[in-house]
Write a protein that binds this ligand. Structure first.
Ligand SMILES: NC(=O)C1=CN([C@@H]2O[C@H](COP(=O)(O)OP(=O)(O)OC[C@H]3O[C@@H](n4cnc5c(N)ncnc54)[C@H](O)[C@@H]3O)[C@@H](O)[C@H]2O)C=CC1
Ligand SMILES: NCC(=O)COP(=O)(O)O
Length: 336
C-alpha cells in the first residue's frame, strides 16, 4: 500500500507553490496519494504563470480524498488570499502556518503518513502572530516532542545542528554537556531507525576555531564537548571529535562519517549547502511524524518568475515517501 503525503504550501508569495507544481507535474505517484494544503486560487495562479496543467482534485474534506491522486484541501481562513509574488506580509505568513497546522493535523490523526513543508518566511509568520523561529520548533512543540534534531541530509552527508535558530551570541550558553549528549543520541537513533545504518559513525565538531586549540581559543571543547563524547563512547556509540570544523570539511573527512553534529546553524549549513544546495533535504529527527523540507527558503527574489529549481523539493518528497514507508509512526506513544 502506498503512502499519503501531506504538502503544506509554504509562503504563497514565495517559491513554495511553484516547486510543488513542478515536482508533482513530473512525478509518477504510483500507489501514493498527495494532499496539498493550500487553496485552488493559489495553485491555479502559479499553474497559469508556469503553463502547468496539473491534474488535481479539489476536496472539501479528508473523507473525500481520492487515493493515488493529487488532492487539494483548502487550508486557509481566507477563501482566496491576495497573491503578490515576492512580497512578505502578514497574510502570507498566516496562510503559510494555517497550511502547516492543517497538514500536521492530518499526520497526527494518521490520515497522512508524512509531511513535506514548502518554505515559510520566518518574518512573515511572526508578523502573523506565530512567534516561532521555524517549522522545526513549531512541530516539536505541537507534537509534545522535547528531543528533536534538525538534520540536513543528502545521499552521503548528514549534518545535525546542536543549536538551531538562535542568535550567535547565545550559542555558547545554549550548549551543555547534556544537550550535546542528547542531540548525538537522537542522531544515532535516527541514523539507525530512519536511515537503516546499523552502527552509525558520528563526528562531533568543536565550537571554537581549531576546536579550541587546547583551550587557548575557548574552553567549550574541554569542558562540554569532549566529556559528552566520552559519555557517548562509554555507552557504546561510535563518536569522534571534537573536530576542527574548517579542516574537517576542507579535508573531506566528512566522507568517513554517517552523521556530523555541528554546534551551530551556519557551522553545519554553510558547508552542507555549499556541497549540496539543490539536492539536500531538511529532516526533523525525533518527531513522532515524518517531516521533510527542501534545504532552501522562500526565495522571494525569484518568486513568480518561473526560475525556481524544484530538485530539493523533489528530494524532500522522495525522502518522505521512503521514511514513511520505513517507519511506522507510533502516534499512540505520544500525547499531543
Ligand atoms: N524550511 C523553511 O521554511 C526555510 C525557510 N527559510 C526562510 O526563507 C526566507 C528567505 O531566506 P534566505 O536566507 O533568503 O534563503 P533562500 O534559500 O530563500 O534564498 C537564498 C538564495 O538562493 C536562491 N534560491 C533558493 N532556493 C532556490 C531554488 N529552489 N531555485 C533557485 N534559486 C533558489 C534565492 O533566489 C536566493 O538568491 C527567510 O525568511 C528564511 O528564514 C530559509 C530556509 C528554510
Ligand atoms: N536553516 C534551515 C531553516 O531555516 C529551516 O527551518 P525550519 O522551518 O525547517 O525549522
Amino acid at each position: 500500500m502506498g503512502q499519503r503525503i501531506a504538502i503544506s504550501s509554504g509562503d504563497i508569495n514565495g517559491i513554495g507553490p511553484e516547486i510543488i507544481l513542478k515536482t508533482l507535474n513530473n512525478r509518477e505517484l504510483k500507489d501514493n496519494t498527495v494532499i496539498i494544503l493550500s487553496s485552488k486560487s493559489v495553485i491555479d495562479f502559479y499553474a497559469d504563470k508556469l503553463g502547468i496543467d496539473l491534474n488535481y482534485k479539489v476536496v472539501t474534506s479528508i473523507e473525500n480524498i481520492q487515493e493515488q491522486a493529487i488532492n487539494l484541501l483548502h487550508a486557509y481562513e481566507d477563501d482566496a488570499p491576495a497573491i503578490s509574488p515576492g512580497t512578505l506580509n502578514e497574510q502570507s505568513g498566516a496562510c503559510a502556518m494555517q497550511a502547516v497546522e492543517q497538514a500536521l493535523k492530518l499526520c497526527k490523526t494518521g490520515q497522512a503518513d508524512a509531511l513535506v513543508t514548502a518554505p515559510i518566511s520566518k518574518e512573515a509568520v511572526n508578523l502573523a502572530g506565530y512567534h516561532i523561529p521555524g517549522h522545526t520548533e513549531f512541530l516539536a512543540e505541537h507534537t509534545n516532542t522535547t528531543d528533536f534534531l534538525m538534520m540536513l541530509v543528502n545521499d552521503g552527508l548528514r549534518v545535525g545542528l546542536a543549536s538551531i535558530h538562535i542568535p550567535i551570541a547565545d550559542v555558547p550558553e545554549a550548549l551543555t554537556e547534556e544537550s550535546i549528549i542528547r542531540d548525538a543520541t537522537i542522531m544515532h537513533q535516527s541514523l539507525q531507525q530512519d536511515f537503516g545504518i546499523a552502527a552509525p559513525r558520528i563526528a562531533m565538531l568543536g565550537l571554537n576555531p581549531h576546536a579550541g586549540d587546547g583551550g587557548i581559543i575557548g574552553k567549550e571543547e574541554q569542558q562540554l564537548i569532549a566529556p559528552a563524547i566520552k559519555t557517548l563512547t562509554d555507552q557504546g556509540l561510535e563518536v569522534t571529535g571534537p573536530h576542527a570544523a574548517d579542516g574537517f570539511f576542507g579535508n573531506r573527512k566528512y566522507e568517513h562519517y554517517d552523521g556530523i553534529l555541528a554546534m551551530y546553524h551556519d557551522q553545519g549549513l554553510v558547508p552542507f549547502k555549499t556541497l549540496s544546495f539543490g539536492t539536500g533535504v531538511n529532516f526533523t529527527a525525533g518527531l513522532p511524524i515524518v517531516r521533510t523540507s527542501p534545504d532552501h527558503g522562500t526565495a522571494f527574489d525569484i518568486a513568480g518568475k518561473g526560475q525556481a529549481n524544484p530538485s530539493s523539493f523533489e528530494q524532500a518528497f522522495d525522502l518522505a515517501l521512503q521514511l514513511s514507508a520505513n517507519r511506522k509512526v507510533k502516534n499512540n506513544d505520544h500525547e499531543y
